[in-house]
Design a protein around this ligand. Sequence first.
Ligand SMILES: [Zn+2]
Length: 250
Amino acid sequence: MSVIINNIQNDVLEKGVYYLTSDYKTRNDSRTHNGIDLIGKNKSIDKVVAIADGVVITSKKSKSAGNYVEIKHANNFVSRYLHMKDKSVLVKKGDIVRKGDIIGTMGNTGNSSGAHLHLGILDKNGKVIDPLPYLLGEKNFNIVIDNDYYKNFVLNVQRVLNVKQDGIAGPNTLKNTITVSSKTNRKQPIVKVIQEYLYNIGYTEVGKIDGIAGSNFTKAVKHFQKDNDCVTDGIITKRAKTWQKLLKLK
Ligand SMILES: [Zn+2]
């Protein structure tokens, strides 16, 4: 099958016309296909870009996948890009990428018969899902706040601050919060709780969830503050309202 996709949300590949040569479920040889195959009009010179913000968790070569990259996104979704050209891959494990960043060039490495991109997406349970709705902009996992993440965040905040754990943030929880930044309380247990939450709701530049507020932590906090109309100083205080916004309080 060969379907022309010309309304791809611009940045899965560089702008242009792309041809879906094999979709998520069907494949000529009837084996299940855990992603979609795309070729660009420029064949092997088309660039492959990250479909959403995230952290590179794999960048290596395998017999079947060729040169491939896996990126972890908000809500623990993972996108996979296979068969990239030798020496074209621009990212390594641990790199923070933004939606639209070029990560390599389409190629024919691994088990592939012609230059193409095999794109796969896994959900937070590791289940393979159809990438097409994400490419067409019908679905988006970039900054999606899953209610479970918020509830867990509140419970964890209450736990580390020794407040009654009811999962509902109110004035008492807020009153007990402490200032957190790369200079203040940078190694308190609360740091890990905040890192985890920021990561899960899409501020993936927070990087490693290591319980230490460093420069990536500051970057992610500033991004959150900017999105929530707070002073963008990278410092979480109740006075300047960042704590209120994290806890979704007025
Ligand atoms: Zn494929």
